[in-house]
Every structure is written in structure tokens, then in C-alpha cells.
Design a protein around this ligand. Structure first.
Ligand SMILES: Cc1cc2nc3c(=O)[nH]c(=O)nc-3n(C[C@H](O)[C@H](O)[C@H](O)COP(=O)(O)OP(=O)(O)OC[C@H]3O[C@@H](n4cnc5c(N)ncnc54)[C@H](O)[C@@H]3O)c2cc1C
Length: 473
């Protein structure tokens, strides 16, 4: 019997581990539930509830193929190796199959499983199902790992253009069910969500459906209707101009290859597509996470000769978390995050830059808060995004280029449509003051005064970063 260990690959199609296992013999799947570990990783309750719901759907999809899904209810990653071995011995498993994950804790977990299985003579096969090109295979002419995005992307495109991008089919139906499935719904309960607007499932299932069919429809509709205008619309948060596929890519309900394949199908000029470039950013951060373990250890990617003197004011951090900084675009974005479990990319950049530069709060605090709320929380992309915004990462924003929230707001939400959606108390403000209301307007709307003076905060950030870098301003 073959055992497929499902993790962030909750799909039937283009799942290399599942495809190869079923092609080679009778197969059963297993999923390890590790709430203690997820808590340590700050995973959002909404994300866990969302994954659970997807797993219930996947279990049904697998059963139609006569592939059972077993569940191991554990605490942490350390429990995985003995639990998987015990299940394997019970089922008479001869081969274990899985798709790789790249953060350090996941890699250490997998290494201990491999070591234990090797001792017991059970073969283990692993695949790269979460990326187009395996980490480490996109290299400079000097055989080094790229630390800068643009040349990485150029080389990535070169390698991908020359290969037939293979998207694997769903597994064939097995003749019979080789063993019983476990009942996820009763085995794995989720604490009730605190956010009143969320449904009983613990996440916004009106926004994030978990049926395969609906997920694929989302990709196909995006490619048909929005791919062409993506480049011009992707930065406007009031427009539904991006794919909103990130939660599905993070859990692997859809693969990056399926996305690229769909873009290729809909647009002959796919190589130049801005959307594909965004998928390459995802790939870039995965490659860096795999190749530079310090990224999984909460360390800055670049070396600063002196410590960055973070301010770390608790009051200001909490005002940012609550969406009460007095900067409407920042506050509306933070409310979008907490209410929906998702935030538009432009707003992630604005809020992260606001926290790390203008408030001078350590990026790790923002990174953790995002993970605690995002349904698409993904270690590599979140860490990459935060280190980009805080100028501590590979190919990050230069420390002296500091987003002005008011200018960003005027440029990307000119009519204040997005702001008014998430801060209804500002709905009657005229266009000229929506980005920065007067004191009288703030008082009449019950909206707070700005918690910082932009110009002074900007000067302070430049001085602090220049000092950490050992430069005079
Ligand atoms: C501070 C910060 C934190 C972030 N945290 C996460 C996170 O936890 N999980 C996550 O998936 N993305 C994260 N991102 C990246 C990006 O904001 C989201 O992927 C994007 O907003 C998702 O919306 P979409 O699916 O409509 O993207 P689209 O614009 O349709 O892009 C398609 C896909 O490409 C990938 N992608 C797009 N932009 C980026 C990017 N800048 N970096 C990496 N991948 C990208 C995503 O998988 C996305 O679904 C973060 C960005 C920043 C600046």
C-alpha cells in the first residue's frame, strides 16, 4: 500500500505525490492535524477553519476515486514521525509520498519522518508540487542563488519557456477502497469565531468557497475577464482586479502550474503578463526560504552592522492593529484584514511600510499580526512581503523611499471608495478631505487624529535606518 501525506497540497489535479502514488499501486491519504504547531506559527483561526472545510471537500472528492483519507490528530510537528509510522504499520504501507514544503520547521519535520521510515525500511518519495521550478535550480551564470528579483525572474522565464509545462491529471479511480476513511467533521472541531460577521464555519465562506469546481471557476473567470486589464487595475483596492486566488495557492487547492497553464491558454503573450510576474514573486520567496534558513528564524535577510533601533510603542502598534491610526487608507486596510481575512496587495505594502517605517515598529510584530488574521497566510510570501516593506529583505524597498500614506491614498483610492466601504463613518466626507480629514471633520465623524506627524516620522525612520547601516544620512 502507498501512503500520501497531504499538507499544503489539498487538490486532486496536478498533485505529483498523489499522482505517482496512485499510478504505482493501491493508495491511501493521510492528513496530520497539529494545532500546537499552528499556534506557534500564529496561523489564523480563520485560515485553520478554511483549511478544515477544504479538507472535508477533498475527502469527499477522494472518496469518489476510492481513495480513503485518514486523519492523525496530534499536537506538534514532532509527533508526526511516530504517528505516521504507526499508521503505516497498521495499514501495511511500503511507500510514503509527499510534496515538499520549504520553511525550516516543515523541512526538519520531513527529515525526521524520512529518517524514521528509512530505519523501518519504508521508502519515501518527495516531489516539488508547490513551485514551477524546484528551489536551487534557478541559478546565476556563476552558479549562485539569485538574491535580486529581476534577474531571477528573467532566468525563471527562460527556463520555463523552454519546457513543456506539465499539469498532471487527477488520479484514476481505484478498484476498491483499500481501507476506511476517518470522519474529519467530528474529529476536528474549530473553536467558534470571534468576529460576529463570520459564519459558523469560522471564516467568510461567502468569500472563500472550498468546492474544487468554484475554485477552478475563479481561475478561469479571472483569466477570461481580468487578465488583460490586470496590469492597470491590480493596484486599485476598490476594484476586484486581482485573482483573489492566494488562499487557494497557499493551501494548494490549486497549483501555481495550473495558474500559469491557464494564463498561457488565455494569452499568447503570457510570458510578458504582469500576473505571471506576481506568481514569480511567490516562486522567488519560496526559493529564498528554501536556500536561506535564517529566513525561517525571524532574522533580517540583509546584514546591518548596527541594530535597528525600533521604537516598539505598544499604544501605536495596537492603534495600527485596530485600524485607528487616523490615516484613513491604513485604517480601512486593517479593517479589511480583520473583517475578511484578506488584504489587497497595495494595501499590504502601505500598512507594512506604515508600521515599520513611520511607526518604527519591528517588522516581526506586523508579520505575526498578519499571520494571525490572513486566510492566505503563507510563511514565505508573508515574510518576503514584510522584509521587502521594512527594507531588511532580499531586493527590498530602499530604506529612504518611504510611502506617504496620503499620497498612496490619493493615487490608488482617489474617490475614497475603498476607504468608505471599510470606514462607513467617513461616508459623507467630500473627495478633497477623505484622504486626510480636518480636525472638525474627524470630530464630527468620531474618527481619530493622526497618531504621528508624517514628515517627522519619515525623517526619524531615515535617520534610524541610515545609522543601522553605518551610513551618515
Ligand atoms: C506585507 C505583505 C505580506 C504578504 N503576505 C502574504 C501572505 O501571507 N500570503 C500570500 O499569499 N501573499 C502575501 N503577500 C503577497 C500579496 O499581497 C498577496 O499574494 C496578494 O495580495 C494576493 O491577492 P491575489 O490572490 O488577488 O493576487 P494576484 O495579484 O492575483 O496574484 C496572483 C498570485 O501571485 C502571488 N503573489 C502576488 N503578489 C505576490 C507578492 N508580492 N509576493 C508573493 N506572492 C505574490 C499570490 O500567490 C497571488 O495569489 C504579502 C505581501 C505583503 C506586501
Amino acid at each position: 500500500m502507498n501512503l500520501v501525506w497531504l499538507r499544503n497540497d489539498l487538490r486532486l489535479e496536478d498533485n505529483p505525490a498523489l499522482y505517482h502514488a496512485t499510478a504505482e499501486g493501491d493508495t491511501c491519504c493521510v492528513y496530520t492535524i497539529t494545532p500546537g504547531q499552528w499556534q506557534q506559527h500564529n496561523d489564523a483561526t480563520a485560515k485553520i477553519a478554511f483549511w478544515r472545510q477544504r479538507l472535508i471537500k477533498l475527502s469527499h472528492e477522494l472518496s469518489l476515486k476510492h481513495i480513503p483519507l485518514r486523519i492523525c490528530l496530534l499536537s506538534s510537528y514532532e509527533d508526526c514521525a511516530p504517528a505516521l509510522l504507526s499508521l503505516s504499520q497498521k495499514l501495511g504501507v511500503t511507500h510514503l509520498f509527499y510534496n515538499r514544503e520549504y520553511p525550516l520547521n516543515e523541512k526538519s519535520r520531513d527529515q525526521s519522518v524520512e529518517a524514521l521510515f528509512a530505519k523501518q525500511g519504508i521508502a519515501v518519495k518527495s516531489y516539488h508540487g508547490d513551485v514551477v521550478l524546484p528551489p536551487g535550480t534557478v541559478r546565476t551564470q556563476q552558479n549562485a542563488i539569485y538574491k535580486v528579483f529581476t534577474p531571477f525572474s528573467r532566468q525563471w522565464h527562460k527556463q520555463v519557456s523552454n519546457t513543456a509545462l506539465q499539469v498532471l491529471p487527477a488520479p484514476n479511480k481505484q478498484k476498491t477502497m483499500p481501507c476506511q476513511s476517518d470522519d474529519i467533521e467530528h474529529l476536528w472541531l474549530i473553536p467558534a469565531a470571534e468576529e460576529a460577521e463570520w459564519t459558523n464555519n469560522g471564516f467568510r465562506d461567502d468569500l472563500w468557497p472550498t468546492d474544487s469546481q468554484k475554485i477552478h471557476e475563479r481561475l478561469s473567470l479571472f483569466c477570461q475577464l481580468k487578465l488583460g486589464s490586470y496590469k492597470t487595475q491590480r493596484d486599485i483596492p476598490s476594484i476586484h482586479g486581482t485573482s483573489t486566488l492566494s488562499p487557494y495557492l497557499a493551501m494548494g487547492a490549486i497549483s501555481v502550474r495550473q495558474c500559469i497553464h491557464a494564463a498561457r491558454h488565455h494569452d499568447a503573450g503570457w510570458v510578458e503578463q504582469q500576473w505571471v510576474t506576481e506568481l514569480v514573486w511567490r516562486e522567488f520567496y519560496r526559493h529564498l526560504t528554501d536556500q536561506f534558513p535564517q529566513l525561517s528564524q525571524s532574522k533580517n535577510f540583509i546584514h546591518f552592522p548596527h541594530d535597528i533601533q525600533w521604537d516598539n510603542s505598544t499604544d501605536r502598534f495596537e492603534a495600527w492593529c485596530r485600524g485607528e491610526t487616523g490615516f484613513p487608507i491604513v485604517d480601512a486596510a486593517m479593517k479589511q484584514l480583520v473583517k475578511t481575512g484578506w488584504m489587497h496587495n497595495r494595501l499590504r505594502m502601505i500598512t507594512a511600510a506604515f508600521l515599520t517605517k513611520l511607526l518604527l515598529i519591528d517588522w516581526r510584530k506586523g508579520e505575526a499580526f498578519f499571520m494571525e488574521h490572513l486566510v492566505d497566510g503563507d510563511y514565505a510570501s508573508n515574510n518576503g512581503g514584510w522584509q521587502w516593506a521594512s527594507s531588511t529583505g532580499a531586493d527590498s524597498a530602499p530604506y529612504f523611499r518611504i510611502f506617504n500614506p496620503q499620497r498612496q491614498s490619493e493615487r490608488f483610492d482617489p474617490e475614497g471608495i475603498f476607504i468608505k466601504k471599510f470606514i462607513p463613518s467617513l461616508v459623507d466626507l467630500p473627495k478633497k478631505s477623505i484622504h486626510s480629514p480636518t480636525s472638525e471633520e474627524r470630530a464630527s465623524c468620531g474618527y481619530p487624529e493622526p497618531i504621528i506627524d508624517y514628515k517627522l516620522a519619515r525623517e526619524r525612520a531615515i535617520t534610524v535606518f541610515a545609522t543601522a547601516m553605518g551610513k551618515t544620512k
